[in-house]
Write a protein that binds this ligand. Structure first.
Ligand SMILES: [Zn+2]
Length: 101
């Protein structure tokens, strides 16, 4: 068993688990319900964890997780005028200066 992912956000952890399983990787969830029964433990100790059953899946799993977090960090919009991809923080297209509508 090898720890592949942990996050304080249980939704993210469940998402990672589901995506890995959909790629045929055997995983196990630890601490899934720890937050409701944590008592005096430090918060970090109770983060839900995704564990690989097969250490050999590590590289593949890591790549998949990287691509998930990449996607969720990059919420972009596409310009209606020139079809360029723009960062979420831009109100105007960086390329043609059309407004994000
Ligand atoms: Zn544009």
């Amino acid at each position: 068993m090898k720890l592949i992912y942990t996050n304080e956000n249980r939704i993210m952890v469940l998402n990672v688990k589901n995506v890995l399983m959909s790629h045929g990787i055997d995983v196990r969830l630890n601490n899934e319900f720890a937050s409701s029964a944590s008592g005096g433990l430090a918060p970090f100790d109770t983060w839900p964890e995704v564990w690989l059953l097969n250490k050999g899946d590590f590289d593949k799993a890591k790549q998949i997780i990287d691509s998930i977090s990449h996607e969720s960090n990059l919420e972009s919009w596409q310009c209606n005028n020139c079809k360029e991809e723009n960062d979420q923080s831009f109100d105007f297209c960086w390329s043609c200066h059309a407004e994000n509508t």
